[in-house]
Design a protein around this ligand. Sequence first.
Ligand code: PBG
Length: 327
Amino acid sequence: MNMLRRPRRNRKSEVIRNMVEETRISVKDFILPLFLLDGKNQKIEVASMPGIYRYSSDLLLKEIESCMNLGIMAFDIFPAYPESKKDKTATESYNPDTFYLKAISSVKNHFPEACVMTDVAMDPYSSDGHDGLVIDGKIVNDDTLEILGKMALAQAEAGADILGPSDMMDGRVGYIRNVLDQNGFQDVSIMSYTAKYASAFYNPFRDALDSAPKAGDKKTYQMDPANISEALIEAELDVTEGADFLMVKPALAYLDIIRLLKDNFNIPIAAYNVSGEYAMIKASAANGWLDGERAMLESLLSIKRAGANIILSYFAKEFAQLQKQRN
Ligand code: PBG
């Protein structure tokens, strides 16, 4: 057969395949989400997320150290509060003595070179289980901003490097930026959950934190999975309001949105490979239905290939371990 172009020639050996590989993931691309509990010497596995634990702060420090030894340097810490600490206005979120804020300070004191990200939303502290303030069954936007502002300031005071508003209230990035700047926290970054969809893939996370909404769903603030142009509106607002990074969440079912934001905005794009995406691979691997390691690598690669500069993933440590074994 006479063919001038034979694309298979560039696939004929591992060396050549490596040379022409267009997308590479590195441990430096990751932020590892971690779940925090109150107390001491606690390490409890999340039932729907095999291999992922909720740690008390003493053990969290150990886990962070072991991840740093593998080259993972950025961590997004989420607190699991008991029902007794929750109320309608998420008061516990800005109590300076609360275990979450103390843990953030302690991580930064032990590991100043680590990058600590926090979550700004009411759900872990709210007796309604919503990201915003619920009045007469409605999530009220502007009153929520005041609470988020207090929460953000408390997290900045505790030493957070990056704040992650995940609440999807209108105007929150600008509001939080303003509160930070007025209080001397110009250097604290904001990674906005820009295009956060009302997704079925968050359930294992809500199990981990026991933070599911008590009534209703999150559709009046999180985006409709059917929408694309709305992501551009959200992104434009976040950029104008001072976000340092834009995030798309979930990642795998929204690769088109990652690419869209990458092509349209000149700031770094992050993608959150969420709990349900982790659980799906773990569950099928446990059943022997697919090769978990390969499925993990392929999905992480697809997120990077779609245009994400930063990947938040529960797989970060496993990826780093695999990378180390192979080198
Ligand atoms: C809280 C928050 C959620 C996630 C991150 N921050 C849950 C939600 O919005 O219901 C989900 C993360 C995951 O599923 O891994 N606002």
